[in-house]
Design a protein around this ligand. Structure first.
Ligand code: ACO
Length: 320
């Protein structure tokens, strides 16, 4: 049967770094509070030249270079973003043009912080069904545009950036590639984490609102059941997982899932300390980092999971 191989990895982070101390000079918060509650020490902030499209294109280009693939090799482009630069054309087709890709098709997926899992799942389904021979899957987010600068309870949590993976179909037998993906949503919890308007409406709207405690509670419960679901679906046990590459929202949530999997900290890829929460970009950014620095190697079984606004949540298992 046809499977999707992970052939390329890429990432982009804006140059500008904002430390907790810098935030504390303007908001009633402190480095200690932010580190203790979230594990975040700093975040990258988009500059005037950084857009959802430009960051996605940087990350996508890197993923293609890693795979030694050219523009002609790309069939589908799927961008997960909740912060597109414009309503349409989609981020994906603008990236298509930026990268000089003239065949295939592109579209965006909005699933907030679960966006990368949803995009990966969609790309894998397109490849398995034969509708695409390859897919560039990108998460690109400019949350600095939707944060209320006066709301200390959300402003400190998020950063900007983009990450990408390039998938290619194989018909050869083997165990490498995406093993399975699992998506969930429950709109009854829409008011726990949402944006109160559309981008560009007015200065006072389109800000992220969050019930932090409730989101935390749902995250721990739903991510725990998600990791059980993906392992049970494939007849695997906790000890079969080589690496946890979680969505990077909060170190306490990540630690909770890692403890459940009985995974030691050195088997968990952490970027939240430096990137903060980059929503749909966080998993591919973490994957990119750990593959490039040699921690994740060919043959390793990687478990990914995420929860975000919607609520949406899900998991994915892949052998690199
Ligand atoms: N600095 C100092 N104090 C703060 C700050 C801040 N940046 N933010 C909030 N506080 C205050 C609150 O106002 C509150 O004060 P009060 O008691 O006088 O009202 C106090 O700290 C405690 O607030 P809580 O919200 O109860 O703090 P909690 O321990 O729950 O931590 C946090 C807050 C970090 C947001 C936590 O709830 C959390 O991590 N939730 C998960 C949310 C998340 O990660 N969302 C990301 C998107 S979803 C996802 O990706 C999983």
């Amino acid at each position: 049967a046809r499977r999707s191989l992970l052939k390329g990895f890429g990432g982009y982070l804006p140059d500008r770094i904002v430390t907790n101390d810098e935030l504390a000079s303007r908001l009633e918060t402190s480095d200690e509070w932010i580190r203790a509650r979230t594990g975040i020490a700093q975040r990258h902030r988009a500059g005037p030249e950084d857009t959802a499209v430009s960051m996605a294109a940087h990350a996508g280009r890197q993923a293609l270079e890693y795979a030694n693939a050219s523009a002609d090799d790309v069939d589908a482009i799927i961008v997960a973003t909740s912060t597109p630069d414009q309503a349409f054309p989609s981020t994906a087709v603008r990236v298509q043009a930026e990268l000089g890709i003239t065949g295939g098709f592109g579209f965006d997926i909005a699933a907030a912080c679960s966006g990368f899992i949803f995009a990966l799942s969609t790309a894998d389904a397109l490849i398995r069904s034969g509708q695409a021979r390859s897919a560039l899957v990108i998460g690109s987010e400019v949350y600095s545009r939707i944060l209320d600068p006066d709301d200390r309870s959300t402003f400190v949590l998020f950063g900007d950036g983009a990450g990408a993976v390039f998938l290619q179909a194989t018909e050869e037998s083997g165990t490498q590639g995406i093993v399975s993906t699992h998506m969930h949503s429950d709109g009854r919890y829409g008011d726990l984490l949402y944006v109160d308007g559309a981008i560009g409406q007015s200065e006072k709207s389109a800000h992220l609102k969050m019930q932090g405690r409730d989101v935390f509670r749902h995250a721990v419960a739903k991510l725990s059941s998600s990791v059980d679901e993906v392992l049970a679906a494939n007849g695997l046990k906790y000890e079969d997982v080589a690496w946890l590459v979680p969505h990077q929202a909060n170190l306490r949530i990540i630690d909770g899932v890692a403890r459940k999997l009985q995974l030691p900290p050195e088997r968990v890829v952490i970027t939240v300390d430096r990137h903060a929460n980059t929503s749909a970009a966080s998993i591919p950014l973490a994957l990119n980092e750990a593959v490039r620095d040699g921690r994740i190697r060919s043959g390793d079984l990687v478990l990914m999971e995420a929860l975000g606004g919607g609520l949406t949540w899900g998991s994915a298992l892949a052998r690199i």
